[in-house]
Design a protein around this ligand. Structure first.
Ligand SMILES: [Zn+2]
Length: 355
């Protein structure tokens, strides 16, 4: 018999029809006729939609693993098959089991999740780099972290006092997030889910946050995520979402390297600032841009002590430019990493059936 925290039963809904869910034969099923059922793995519901085109291959592996059809026997407890990492990285993760107090999966995926300045830290982390989230105090407000991976931003939001829910389509990443939050004694709820089809009722969240996630999706899928974000936000709620700026200095270098062709698969998709404002205005509401950082994506001042001297200089210059951008707004447009802040607009016509 599987068990599940009552929070999930009370708060999640079916992502296909938004009806309530109940436990049925060790799965999470629609309350009415059990039409849609979702597996539960170690207390975590896996609420992915098999019939949809998946945005990443690893999502199919999450679905297979949750059904017990695919298990990497070298370390079943790490859920390596659904992490989207290379064979070499899997071997490294296995070799780190029991060797450090840091989770082996986090120790390996740190370079992929946190950006290029973290590459030197792979396999050598001594603490969890929890960034500083530039939001006001949470006071128990509900925050959704879309594409949370191992949960560094979820942990940052929890420390600010938010009631945090983290979702990610990678079962392995969510399991790592759960292990990390357990070891830190943080009460964060994690769900395996797709940002386009989320298992929450309308107006459930005060804040929707996402970092280094939407930049990996094509425009059509980003639009689906923004529609979901708008649906989930309370009236007067807001979203705070990071994207890669087409005009950023390092972004320019990366686009140059690939000859300015369109992004493929999981490559970063660059948006111009005006494209960001137009799309978020249309789907969520009044939108403004803020600098996250310069010279790359994911650079965080809070992690400066983990970095080499050279990288510390980069971080300090980035931070100085970020502060300057608050006074001299044109340099916002040269930042590599931008935050898009959008206030949910009340759409009274939503309730009206036009036909
Ligand atoms: Zn259903």
């Amino acid at each position: 018999m599987v068990s599940i925290d009552s929070w999930y039963v009370e708060n999640l809904v079916c992502p296909r029809d938004y009806s309530r869910l109940m436990l049925k034969n060790d799965r999470f099923c629609c309350e009415q006729n059990h039409r849609h059922c979702y597996p539960i793995v170690e207390g975590i519901p896996v609420m992915l939609l098999e019939e949809k085109d998946q945005t990443m291959d690893l999502i199919n592996n999450s679905i297979k693993r949750a059904k017990g059809e695919l298990v990497d026997a070298r370390a079943p407890e790490l859920y390596l098959e659904s992490l989207g990492i290379s064979e070499k990285e899997k071997l490294l993760a296995v070799s780190l089991i029991g060797k450090t107090k840091i989770d082996p999966v986090v120790n390996v995926i740190i370079g992929a999740t946190s950006g290029h300045l973290y590459k030197d830290l792979i396999g050598r982390l001594e603490s969890y780099p929890i960034p500083e989230l530039r939001l006001e105090g949470g006071h128990g407000k509900k925050l959704l972290d879309i594409g949370c991976n191992w949960g560094r931003w979820s942990a940052a939001a929890y420390k600010l006092g938010y009631g945090v829910v983290g979702i990610d389509p990678s079962l392995g990443a969510i399991m790592a997030a759960k292990r990390v939050s357990n070891s830190l004694n943080f009460d964060i709820k994690y769900v395996v889910a797709d940002a386009r089809f989320l298992p929450f009722s309308n107006k459930y969240f005060d804040v929707v946050f996402s970092y280094s996630v939407l930049q990996h999706l094509d425009r059509r899928n980003v639009e689906l995520c923004l529609k979901e974000t708008s649906r989930l936000l309370k009236d007067n709620g807001y979203s705070f979402i990071q994207l890669a700026n087409k005009f950023g200095m390092r972004s320019f270098y990366h686009q140059l390297k690939r000859g300015f062709r369109e992004s493929l698969n999981f490559e970063v998709r660059y948006w111009t600032p005006s494209e960001m404002v137009a799309a978020f205005n249309a789907f969520i509401g009044e939108t403004s841009l803020e600098v996250d950082g310069y010279f790359g994506l994911g650079i965080q001042k809070s992690d400066i002590e983990l970095m080499s001297k050279f990288h510390q200089i980069i971080i300090n210059v980035s931070e100085a430019l970020r502060r300057m951008s608050k006074i001299f707004s044109p340099i916002v447009y040269l930042a590599d990493s931008l935050y898009v802040r959008s206030m949910k607009t009340l759409r009274l016509y939503e309730e009206v059936d036009i036909e």
